[in-house]
Write a protein that binds this ligand. Structure first.
Ligand code: M6R
Length: 612
């Protein structure tokens, strides 16, 4: 949620830190701050965007070759200058940035207040820096040891970096359940929540593991210990990330760029994994655990938000094509409800970031119960990717817009390949249908490109409904999860209240909401329930609702009933979601833009939800 970035030691730290904050701003953006060390600590903090911090700092002394910086997504205490990170110890010598939540902060704070500590902010983070100070001064401990002992007393999640004015040659960092990457440069180190600010400087990185503490020094040393004080060998990896993929290119927003990337990202997800001419699908992750999968009695898919919608499509795909029973779970519910999971289950975690706290916790629980854990993840090297027994990356490249688009189609592409492959192996789909689906899957990137050509028409429809206060999204079968996803996209970036429903459920409640002011988006490309969807549209029209229909090219009936219709190319029904979601992404993008909303960084949201 928050992001941290720190630098030691060759050059001026300030420009490196600001560049890093801008790269990471998508992870949290309600306030930001930094501390620089040049003999003395200097701290600058500001409510608002990183640019507000830059404006505030203008003309001030920002020299120093060591520093830490942070953008915040508020949990404890409102977003303001005081609650912004870094936080200082009472004696002003230590400064700390933190991503995560210290759950037992209240008890720790009470004890520290009794020792005479005085706090400036409402944050849980400030308690941790005072605790480190208390241990350091009371027992005369070196910084890294004080950090280690303090962390043994902490319950919660953290990625932290600490700097000590009296010990100017080093930074101490630690993580538990919140990501932290260390970039190793030529005599310099870069620490950050993810690799996006690091790749500019070095390709060599170490991903810190849970309960590990790293010390990086001015002399170019990197030492890692665990919280039990055992020395660990740093595992240095090469980054596979291109700087160009981190920019907006010629697009006005990351979200628009990512929507338009989808013909390529879907093709990248399939590259080397399917070949229709030769009739094969090959997923390395599945091959690795083929036997366990063959013996499994059901799949459980766990995810949050948009990834949960992809999982729901997975349920339809796996059950129809491979006849494998699937349960789809909100990770946040699964983790707390003592679920029945055992060795015969495969638990599939879907996550763009690979860092979502709820999804990670659900996986840990499933792992304890002996299930096979399979990850479908975008962010290479992320915590979830490392926690799984096997998995497949979706290869969508960095997704920076907070509203997920290309990661969703990547997840659905991957699930589709898995379901077709398992269906064929299990003999639940005939050979001819298997070949047909493979050929059609290879045509999907081209068909997505065709849908994107409707952009001008979609922009016009957006201008017609942009002032609505509510919207309803309806779909059946494979298009029901698409209705949920369309509604989520609209609400998260345009702040219009929207609900997704199975079309037939409308008459059991939501129909009461329909009047001449209610746009109803009906995803009506189904072949199997076509007449039923036509009836649903009639019901909406009878109540004067405004119907925006997503139809299959050549459809005359629904197009004549709807107020607006957007045609997508015909495809096999299990592959429809990959096409039908695209107009809904564009619709929400244009509506949000017309309403003057910040499309890439919508209010109250963060890209990566690393707290509960
Ligand atoms: O990184 P993840 O896929 O685990 O994230 C899950 C959700 O937080 C995420 O999909 C969220 O719902 C997005 N803002 C949707 O656009």
């Amino acid at each position: 949620m928050c992001c941290i970035v720190a630098y030691v030691v060759q050059r001026e730290a300030y420009p490196i830190l600001i560049y890093g904050l801008k790269r990471l701003e998508y992870r949290g953006y309600d306030s930001s701050g930094l501390s620089l060390l040049n003999g003395k600590l200097r701290e600058f903090k500001r409510k608002g965007k990183v640019q507000d911090l830059v404006n505030f700092v203008k003309g001030k002394n920002v020299s120093g070759s060591m520093g830490i910086a942070h953008t915040r997504w508020a949990t404890h205490g409102k977003p303001d200058d005081i609650n912004a990170h870094p936080h200082q110890s009472g004696n002003g010598r230590l400064t700390l940035i933190h991503n995560g939540i210290i759950e037992n902060y209240a008890a720790l704070k009470t004890a520290l207040l009794q020792e005479g500590h005085v706090f400036q902010s409402e944050t849980d983070t400030e308690v941790l820096v005072h605790l480190i100070e208390e241990l350091q001064t009371r027992s005369n401990l070196p910084l890294e040891e004080a950090v280690r002992v303090a962390l043994t007393k902490v319950i919660g999640a953290y990625a932290i970096v600490v700097m000590d004015e009296r010990d100017p040659g080093k930074l101490v960092a630690a993580r538990k359940a919140s990501p932290l990457v260390i970039g190793i440069g030529d005599g310099e180190f870069f620490l950050a929540s993810d690799a996006t600010p690091i790749v500019e400087h070095t390709q060599k990185v170490v991903y810190l593991n849970d309960e590990e503490i790293a010390v990086v020094t001015r002399d170019g040393e990197l030492q890692i210990k665990d919280i039990g004080n055992e020395i660990k060998m740093p595992y240095i990896q090469q980054l596979d990330l291109k700087i160009e993929s981190l920019g907006k290119g010629d697009y006005e927003h990351f979200m628009l760029k990512e929507i338009y990337e989808q013909p390529n990202t879907i093709a990248d997800c399939m590259r080397g994994r399917i070949n229709a001419a030769e009739g094969w699908i090959k997923l390395g992750g599945v091959d690795q655990v083929q036997e366990r999968i063959a013996q499994s009695k059901r799949f459980i898919m766990a995810a949050c938000g948009t990834s949960w919608h992809a999982a729901l499509i997975g349920e339809y795909l796996f059950e129809e094509l491979a006849r494998i029973p699937v349960e789809v779970e909100y990770a946040s519910e699964l983790r707390y409800r003592n679920p029945i999971i055992d060795r015969e289950d495969v638990v599939v975690a879907l996550s763009q970031s690979g860092e979502t706290a709820d999804t990670m916790a659900a996986l840990e629980l499933a792992k304890e119960k002996g299930a096979l854990i399979y990850g479908i993840v975008n962010n290479v090297g992320s915590s979830i990717a490392r926690l799984t027994d096997a998995g497949s990356y979706i290869h969508a490249g960095p997704e920076i817009g907070v509203a997920s688009t290309k990661a969703f189609t990547g997840q659905v592409t991957l699930l589709t390949m898995m379901a077709i492959s398992l269906g064929y192996q299990r003999g639940t789909i005939p050979k001819s249908y298997y070949f047909q689906l493979l050929e059609e899957l290879e045509r999907i990137p081209g068909k997505v490109a065709k849908v994107l050509e409707s952009d001008t028409q979609i922009r016009y429809i957006a201008s017609e409904i942009k002032d609505a206060n509510n919207a309803l999204y309806l779909g059946r079968g494979y298009n029901f999860p698409i209705a949920l996803e369309g509604a989520l996209k609209l609400k998260e970036i345009s702040y219009i209240h929207a609900e997704g429903y199975p079309a037939a459920e409308m008459k059991h409640g939501p129909i009461a909401l329909i009047d001449e002011n209610m746009p109803v988006v009906v995803i009506a490309t189904n072949k199997s329930a076509y007449e039923k969807v036509v009836s649903n549209i009639q019901e909406v029209k009878a109540r004067k609702g405004i119907v925006i229909a997503i139809v299959t090219e050549g459809d005359k009936i629904i197009s004549s009933l709807a107020d607006y219709s957007i045609a997508i190319p015909d495809t096999d029904e299990p592959l429809t979601p990959l096409l039908s979601v695209i107009p809904l992404q564009l619709l929400s993008y244009h509506i949000a833009l017309m309403r003057g909303c910040n499309v890439d960084q919508p209010r109250n949201l963060a890209k990566s939800v690393t707290v509960e």
